[in-house]
Design a protein around this ligand. Structure first.
Ligand code: P6P
Length: 349
């Protein structure tokens, strides 16, 4: 029988081994573990996620120096396809993803919130079999105030031909995503992803320059205290959404949290439970958020973690877009809290 000091030493050694093993659980290794094989597709997925991680590192580095460099903060003076004023960080992050994937040989196209048409990999570059759909910087209005921001991504396999360059083959439901996730640029930079085998989070260790495994198989609580919605839009909502908000106002146990960057708000909901809403309005029934590269990837993550995501009537992952920048209302989070919102919609309050 080992003496107590020997037991303590043994425990410390085992803890040290676990810590070292975790530090070696990089994103690309984890993806291969998840795939449980080394097939060409598994290798592709691992390489794709590695490229996403590189893009995240480059964006995180730029954000960490935003206040110290010329030309990082503020607006470009341009308006994007969404009709939104473009922040310099939007353009930079959009270009980062293009640069990171252009020579990768992994993708044939990149479709972004910031580009009216997809970016087709030039013929003088290696062409891959996947499409990256992404929102390079979600919540860019937070750039200039040093608040959290995110990037959102979805990976789809090239199905069929896109001969006319209209990317009609992308107009399919979110269940066709083979990978999805987000990067959260907060006090630490986190990457959360799924390939349909659970949700896993990684934290960037700047000393290693690697995203290191933080939590495997994340599960969203069935209920949470947080409701996250921009109540400044109250006057624009359908009566049913107003009735839901009146309900949480008069019911003990709810707290409002809203940051202006839904990656941050939805990550909080994933970890603590609750619900995030961006409803449609009477003037814009489809709301503000985009289906292909915002709500569908986030819905994949939350559904894989045991939560739900709906437009109020249909599962986000079953919605078929009619156009690349299709918008959709979003109610996403803990199953009990999403159901509560739906009950107001279905009862036609
Ligand atoms: P509003 C950022 O532009 C975004 O797409 C989401 O990240 C965020 O939750 C929402 O829009 C903020 O929009 O209308 O509340 O300012």
């Amino acid at each position: 029988m080992a003496s107590l000091p020997q037991q303590a030493e043994l425990f410390e050694d085992e803890a040290a081994d676990r810590s070292l093993d975790r530090d070696c659980t990089t994103l690309s290794r984890h993806v291969l573990q998840q795939c449980q094989n080394f097939s060409a597709e598994a290798q592709d997925l691992s390489a794709l996620m590695n490229r996403i991680a590189l893009a995240g590192k480059l964006v995180a580095r730029r954000l960490s120096r935003a206040g110290l460099m010329e030309g990082v903060l503020g607006f470009t003076g341009e308006v994007n396809v969404q009709g939104e004023s473009v922040k310099k960080m939007d353009v930079y992050a959009n270009d980062v993803f293009i640069s990171v994937f252009k020579q990768s040989g992994l993708v044939c196209r990149l479709a972004s919130e910031e580009m009216e048409k997809p970016y087709y990999i030039p013929e003088n570059c290696p062409i891959g079999r996947y499409t990256l759909l992404y929102d390079p910087i979600d919540g860019s209005s937070n750039t200039d105030t040093n608040l959290s921001l995110g990037s959102i991504f979805a990976i789809r396999k090239q199905e069929g031909d896109d001969l006319d360059g209209q990317a009609k083959d992308l107009l399919v439901a979110g269940r066709n995503q083979i990978a999805a996730g987000y990067i959260l640029y907060g006090p630490s930079t986190m990457l959360v992803y799924t390939i349909g085998k659970g949700v896993h989070s990684f934290t960037l260790d700047p000393s290693l320059g690697e995203f290191i495994l933080t939590e495997e198989n994340m599960k969203i609580p069935s209920h949470g205290a947080v409701y996250s919605v921009n109540e400044g839009n109250f006057w624009q909502w359908d009566e049913s959404i107003r009735e839901y908000v009146r309900y949480v106002h008069r019911t003990e146990g709810y707290s409002a949290r809203y940051s202006g960057a839904m990656v941050s708000d939805i990550h909080r909901v994933l970890v603590q439970g609750g619900v995030f809403l961006y409803p449609g309005t009477i003037e814009k029934p489809d709301g503000k958020l985009r289906l292909l590269y915002e709500t569908a990837p986030l819905a994949y993550i939350i559904e894989q973690a045991g939560g739900r995501a709906t437009n109020g009537h249909k599962n986000i992952l079953d919605l078929v877009p009619s156009k690349l920048h299709q918008r959709t209302p979003l109610i996403i989070g803990s199953p009990q809290d999403v159901a509560k919102v739906e009950s107001f919609i279905q009862n036609g309050h």
